[in-house]
Write a protein that binds this ligand. Structure first.
Ligand code: ZN
Length: 473
């Protein structure tokens, strides 16, 4: 029995918004009252809230271990010391198992869902989950580029397809089904680094389109009644103009449940090969008006990240932008895999645009139960950035201060500029002028060792500089 006294309580499901009152717990459940002799914790000055659930992150399995091995320098800078009751580990952008559990728990999170596991990697993930302390864990199994399932779809064997999906979910002990850039792996393997660019394009050798695959999984997973709908990483992640693909994918659900992963990375206007613009409002409007759709944000936070994806063609493009060390693999005809260390910089147009689109999507959402906070850890940034992200969303003065520090050309592409203008009109401070300060910031960032991203794809060189990269991630 436990009484937690004097804390400020936030419980949106029950309409409690910052009330100071006691919480009583008996046998793992919240109860109305307890005997006076029950153990008491004084939580004065603290927030009490339901445990956080991270529905999209990457914390276990072969690709996470590849990312750990790829960045030993990251671990040396962030040692997680043991205590009398906890074990030691390493931090950085991809923490060790122990540090992952302790650090999520320290943020108030109780559950984290690993969002991309190949069937062949499932046993590894389950064993690694046993090693992650304190929090609950689950994972989504990658089936969207599975050659065996494509064969069944191609042959029109839909009942066998349904049973195979059910078997794979059960055999791997997955919580949900994940699709990543469906159809792309076949082009990637078969046509020298090619990628799918349209969901109506034919998938090599299979007489199928990504749209066929997406529809089949949405229908099957809804029929099977899985608790979470298909978790879809849409085609064309990071490409200018990809919001049209995202809208097409959401329309393919035809009223059935579907989840769009890291939707920020899929909300870009503009022409392919040119700088993106924001289509945050269009995507937010669609999600607001279609209660069958859920999404998580995939917020970009400035600083270090690690692109860690089953989208192998994307990893190839990112390696061209970053010029960094990387890993790429095909995984037993089940999925692709790519790891690329990456840094987001607040003075780079595209990085700021991505940061701002994430905030736009959050702020334009009318139903926070359907648009979930994530950084797609560690793709958009570490889960350790969540407190800063929550402050960006909940503290308008702080947000406006931060907006003034970033690339203003990008901000003007977004509705954040309107909000900022309104805040200024209300007397909250004047905008900092543009001009010479920008170069000064870049020079200072370089002196401090920041990695300023350049577009360095093999086909375009660096002549255009950091303002015109073609792949916005
Ligand atoms: Zn992800």
């Amino acid at each position: 029995m436990l009484r937690i006294s004097n804390g400020r309580i936030y419980d949106p499901a029950n309409g409690v918004n910052g009330a100071v009152r006691d919480i009583c717990v008996n046998a793992g459940k919240i109860v109305a009252e307890l005997p006076a002799a029950a153990k008491r914790i004084d939580a004065q000055g603290m927030v009490i809230m339901p445990g956080g659930i991270d529905i999209h992150c990457h914390i276990a399995g072969p690709k996470v271990n590849l990312a750990r091995k790829l960045q030993p320098e990251d671990h040396r800078l962030d040692v997680h010391p043991g205590t009398a009751v906890t074990r030691s580990g390493t931090g950085g952008i991809v923490p060790s198992t122990f540090a992952t559990g302790y650090r999520y728990a320290a943020l108030g999170y109780t559950t984290a869902m690993e969002a991309a596991v190949t069937p062949i990697g499932a046993r590894h993930v389950l064993e690694e989950f046993h090693d992650i302390p304190v929090i609950d864990k689950g994972f989504y199994v990658l089936l969207g580029n599975n050659v065996f399932l494509y064969d069944l779809l191609k042959a029109g064997r839909r009942e066998d397809f349904r049973q195979a999906v059910a078997w794979w979910v059960n055999a791997t002990k997955a919580y949900a089904v994940k699709l990543v850039n469906p159809g792309s792996d076949e082009l990637w393997k078969g046509r020298r680094n090619a990628n799918i660019t349209d969901i109506n394009e034919n998938i090599d050798s299979f007489d199928l389109t990504p749209l066929d695959v997406i529809k089949a999984f949405i229908e099957t997973v809804n029929d099977l009644g899985l608790p979470h709908p298909p978790h879809i990483h849409c085609n064309n992640l990071g490409r200018s103009g990809n919001y049209a693909t995202t809208l097409d994918t959401m329309r393919a659900a035809e009223g059935r449940r579907a989840h769009i992963a890291h939707v920020q990375f899929h909300s870009y206007g503009g022409e392919p090969g040119k700088n993106p613009t924001s289509k945050g409002r269009e995507i937010a409007d669609y999600i607001n008006n279609h209660p069958n759709i859920t999404a998580d944000i995939g917020q970009v936070m400035f600083g270090k990240a690690t692109a860690m994806t089953a989208d192998a063609p994307l990893a190839y493009l990112l390696r061209g932008i970053s010029g960094n060390k990387w890993v790429n693999a095909d995984t037993e005809c089940e999925s692709g895999c790519g790891i690329v260390p990456f840094t987001y910089h607040e003075k780079v147009y595209i990085h700021t645009l991505q940061w701002a689109i994430g905030l736009e999507l959050f702020l334009l959402s009318k139903d926070p139960w359907r648009l979930v906070l994530s950084t797609d850890h560690p793709n958009g940034g570490s889960f350790m950035m969540y407190p800063r992200l929550i402050r960006l969303l909940m503290d308008r003065d702080f947000r406006n201060q931060e907006i003034q520090k970033v690339n203003q050309k990008a901000i003007r592409q977004t509705v954040l500029a309107d909000k900022l203008a309104r805040a200024w009109a209300e007397g909250q401070g004047a905008p900092r002028r543009r001009g010479g300060r920008r170069r000064h910031h870049l020079r200072r960032a370089r002196r401090q060792g920041a990695h300023v991203q350049h577009a360095a794809l093999p086909d375009q060189g660096r002549r255009r500089g950091h303002r015109r990269p073609r792949i916005p991630l």
